[in-house]
Design a protein around this ligand. Structure first.
Ligand SMILES: Cc1ncc(COP(=O)(O)O)c(C=O)c1O
Length: 424
């Protein structure tokens, strides 16, 4: 005899099983992309003659660290860029992006965002929010935004007007961030690069590449972006990089970003890797597989919540340019319930109850389900949301699709318990 709770659990398992079945073609597609991405990674390792001797690093200043130098060149090849700097000293994607912005821009320059309001943590970097912390605005860098269209796309028609003033750099955010908008494909980024260069050939195209790495066949640096940046506890860290970030692109711009990270004169030539290079190489080796698994987890999240009647972005099976799956839950209580269920299905801290709380860099309180081995890692299965209307959950990561399946079953049970699963 199955009790009421048992029936709910069976329904949840059936729903998730149905999602697995209906996403089979998408899952097969994502899996098929592992081989070409891994080939690129292996070619880079082979071309740079990666050996066990590169796992160690030089202590102290870190001058002449061969492991770091080879790692930089390997990342540059994988990112289809001329140069890269991969550093554990970047504490996050925000830090790597800030180093790129402060490194390249000078007082009197103009920065133009082509993708509307940038990600929350960049507001204080740019100086749109807060004061007294040495933002770009406080250093005399003007900032403007080209608003997104009503559909959340780049306003290509408004580009010429927006670039009517001399502009040193345009900022393109590939991933949606905490906005309800489609992420930009690499092809769209390429088109934007072309348009920007036609209007202002000297303008630096910078792409916030967070969450996009290895999702498509090409990176923005292969289609005209001058500089990109991202985090190693996202896609390229393969779930095992303990921290860090990267910048990649034209050598002189990468070096300017490094001069901001370290000091003018030191640039990319200093900074130990704390003997952790192996984790960065191994993470990159694993990254194609982890990214594919994360994409499959996203397909499952999209399908399960779309079947319940919630708006999701992107739709199941749609073209993806990043690993993020947005679900418009429309209510703070549902956000908390889903995060609680995901947290309870996490390997680390399953006993914790995620509660909305302030977080450095964010204006809104955030609720996060992130029971991950690397703290804050979003390449492991996780979900988070700013506590603001329209209460969108952003899920991402996942090292095995089975983990997402378990977490989704638990979320369905939890939603059913409060009658919010939109079932009949
Ligand atoms: C589009 C985008 N840019 C930048 C960031 C900031 O990355 P980090 O949390 O590593 O600082 C995020 C984080 O989610 C993001 O989604």
């Amino acid at each position: 005899m199955v009790d009421a709770a048992g029936v709910v659990a069976i329904h949840a398992a059936e729903r998730v099983a149905a999602a697995v079945a209906s996403t089979a073609a998408a899952a097969a597609h994502h899996t098929s992309q592992v081989q070409p991405r891994l080939e690129r990674v292996l070619e880079a390792f082979a071309a740079e003659r990666v050996g066990a001797q590169h796992f160690a690093s030089v202590s102290g200043y870190g001058h002449g660290d061969q492991g770091r130098e080879v790692l930089d060149r390997v990342f540059a090849r994988v990112l289809q860029a001329e140069a890269a700097a991969v550093r554990l000293q970047f504490v996050s994607g925000t830090h790597a992006i800030a180093a790129a912005l402060f490194g390249v821009l000078r007082p009197g320059d103009r920065l133009l965002s082509l993708t509307g309001r940038p990600y929350d943590t960049l507001e204080e970097v740019i100086g749109i929010r807060g004061s007294g912390q040495g933002s770009l605005a406080e250093f005399g860098i003007a900032y403007a935004e080209l608003a997104l269209t009503a559909a959340g796309g780049v306003d290509f028609d408004g580009l010429e007007d927006a670039l009517s003033l001399p502009t040193r750099m345009v900022l393109i955010q590939r991933s949606c961030g905490y906005s309800w908008r489609p992420s930009l494909s690499v092809a769209q980024i390429g088109l934007l690069c072309e348009r920007v260069k036609a209007l202002q050939p000297g303008c630096v195209v910078f792409v916030d590449n967070c969450y996009g790495e290895l999702v498509e066949a090409q990176e923005p640096t292969a289609v005209g972006a001058d500089l990109i940046a991202g985090s190693l506890i996202k896609n390229l860290g393969g779930t095992i990089a303990p921290t860090g970030g990267y910048v990649a692109g034209r050598p002189e711009l990468v070096e300017q970003a490094c001069c901001r990270l370290t000091a003018p004169g030191i640039g990319g030539e200093g900074g130990t890797s704390f003997d952790l290079n192996r984790l960065l190489f191994q993470g990159l080796f694993l990254a194609p597989q982890m990214v594919a698994e994360a994409l499959i987890c996203s397909e499952l999240v999209a399908t399960v919540f779309a079947d319940l009647g919630y708006a999701v972005q992107p739709l199941p099976g749609a073209l993806r340019s990043d690993v993020i799956q947005a679900v418009r839950l429309g209510d703070p209580e549902r956000l908390k319930i889903v995060c609680r269920a995901f947290q309870a299905a996490s390997p680390v801290g399953a006993y914790l109850d995620p509660v909305p709380a302030p977080m450095p860099g964010y204006a809104s309180d955030l609720v996060m389900a992130g029971g991950t081995f690397i703290d804050g890692s979003t390449s492991e299965f996780s979900a988070d949301a700013p506590l603001r209307d329209p209460y969108v959950l952003f899920a991402q990561g996942g090292t095995h699709r089975a983990h997402a399946q378990i977490a989704l079953e638990r979320a369905l049970v939890a939603l059913a318990a409060i009658g919010q699963d939109r079932t009949d």
